[in-house]
Design a protein around this ligand. Structure first.
Ligand code: BG6
Length: 487
């Protein structure tokens, strides 16, 4: 059996506690990894191993019931090490500690996970390198997971990339965007290319427009220091939304490898242009107090823009993208509205719902729905909109794995296919940099918490006789999987 140490920098932070440890807990207790994993949690807080475990357990129990057997199975895998990871001289003692632990297990692979503020990436990577922690040992690999955001604009992304590449080889670097680990996101490609019937319609002859919404109900909570420097476009549009856009609009890849997928994603992102006239920035009321930032912050907590892809497949098809915090509901959804039929033989009960709409619900109530027009019983050729649905919870009767489970397993297996390549990241920054250049003083509009963001964004669609689908979408609504308390 392979033995691996996952060295998690920033182990007491929000991401590690809310996402990574719950994921690692599942993988270990369900024996879903073929390796013997040791989790070396690194944090600045002066915790004992027991105090750290207490924190992990408390956070896990907020998500589900933990049985004593599960806990007994999990806790021996965890070690805690306190250090200031920005200090160069902390790394020799870490190295000594790590080697001592690994010798007990007969040597280990090493996986470094940077769950820290992006401003610390370069420092930590330099220190890992300078202290020799990354050096290969016979038959043992060293891999690094770096999570989005990669830089804050094109220039800083290139700088970070050059820094990483000067220290590590490409096969050691795993740049992840957790959206790509979501089942529903991976299913976009399966849906497009495993079903012969939709791909012939996937073009400007047949598609009227596309919408991508990633809406969140919550505000920025305690992440003010990071978020105020980022804003919606850098935090979420540059990464998750543009990845969704790429998967939805790219050409068929030669295969589903890292190279095959990256080539096509970059090719389509390079052709995406946005319209500054159809772009909206918003900030929810109360943001300044919540984020604890200075009066006058122009950080957008809401961003909407309209993209066009300059190629034969998509030329002229508007793609409306939006994301925001403090909105009416948590929903991530992609919809394609098809063109209406030419003839007008029918009367419609709801004329504004005449067109076919295909919706991918990324979360929650995961599924895919197609809006069709069908004849109303007894009426003369009156057509009514209905939904044809695939719901994960009905078809598979199992809870979907967390995105991090898939990504973590891939890294252990050395599979980079769901990772990002640098040209992909750069193509996305080119788009977002241009959008942000269009942000002038006074262009950030206020909106109420619990609304759908600034009305200006709705008006952009309304002017074209369109509307946002997510506002009243009912995809797989109310179809709830009977959960086993231990899943
Ligand atoms: C992160 C963003 O990448 O994704 C957060 O930094 C956002 O601001 C989160 O809340 C959303 O992820 P999910 O999986 O909860 O939709």
């Amino acid at each position: 059996m392979q033995t691996t140490t996952a060295i998690i920098f920033g182990a007491t932070g929000d991401l590690a506690q809310q996402k990574l440890f719950p994921t690692l807990f599942q993988l270990i207790v369900r024996e879903e990894v073929s390796e013997r994993l040791t989790l070396l949690a690194i944090g600045r807080r002066p915790y004992s191993r027991e105090q750290f475990l207490e924190m992990v357990k408390e956070n896990l129990e907020k998500k589900r019931v933990i049985t004593p057997e599960e806990w007994e199975k999990f806790q021996p895998h965890v070690l805690y090490y306190q250090m200031d990871f920005n200090q160069r001289d902390s790394y020799e003692p870490l190295c000594k500690f790590l080697v001592g632990e690994e010798e007990k297990r007969g040597g280990c692979n090493r996986l470094f996970y940077l769950s820290v503020p992006p401003t610390s990436y370069q420092t930590i990577l330099s220190h890992i390198h300078a202290s020799g922690l990354h050096q290969q040992a016979a038959g043992r690999w060293r891999r690094i997971i770096v999570e989005k955001p990669f830089g804050t604009d094109l220039t800083s992304a290139r700088e970070l990339d050059a820094h990483i590449k000067a220290l590590f080889t490409e096969d050691q670097i795993y740049r992840i965007d957790h959206y790509l680990g979501k089942e529903t996101v991976q299913n976009i490609l399966a849906f497009r290319f495993a079903n012969g019937i939709f791909e012939p319609l996937w073009n400007r002859e047949n598609v009227d427009h596309i919408q991508i919404t990633v809406a969140e109900e919550e505000g920025i909570k305690s992440r003010g220091a990071y978020y105020d420097q980022a804003g919606a476009f850098r935090d979420l549009m540059q990464s998750h939304i543009l990845q969704l856009l790429a998967l939805l609009t790219m050409e068929k890849p030669d295969d589903f490898t890292f190279a095959g997928l990256s080539d096509q994603k970059t090719a389509v992102l390079e052709k995406a242009r946005f319209d500054p006239e159809q772009t909206v920035f918003g900030q929810y009321e109360g943001y300044l107090e919540e984020a604890k930032v200075a009066e006058g912050s122009q950080t957008e907590t809401y961003g909407m823009t309209t993209c066009y892809i300059d190629d034969d497949r998509w030329r002229g098809v508007p793609i409306y993208l939006r994301t925001g915090k403090g909105l009416a509901k948590r929903i991530s959804e992609i919809s394609l509205q098809f063109k209406k039929p030419q003839q007008d033989l029918f009367s419609y009960t709801t004329p504004r719902k005449q067109a076919n709409v295909l919706t991918f619900r990324i979360q929650p109530d995961e599924g895919i729905a197609l809006r069709l027009g069908v004849k109303t019983p007894r009426q003369n050729m009156q057509v009514e909109p209905v939904q044809m649905e695939f719901c994960y919870s009905m078809s598979f009767r199992t809870e979907l794995p967390d995105a991090y489970e898939r990504l973590f397993r891939d890294v252990l297996m050395g599979d980079q296919s769901l990772c990002l390549r640098e040209d992909n990241i750069e193509a996305s920054w080119k788009i977002v940099d241009r959008v942000l250049e269009a942000k002038a003083d006074g262009s950030v509009r206020r909106y109420h918490i619990g609304s759908w963001g600034p009305a200006a964004a709705d008006q952009i669609l309304e002017r074209e006789g369109r509307e946002w689908f997510a506002h009243e979408s009912t995809v797989c609504n109310g179809i709830v999987l009977e959960r086993n308390s231990n899943t």
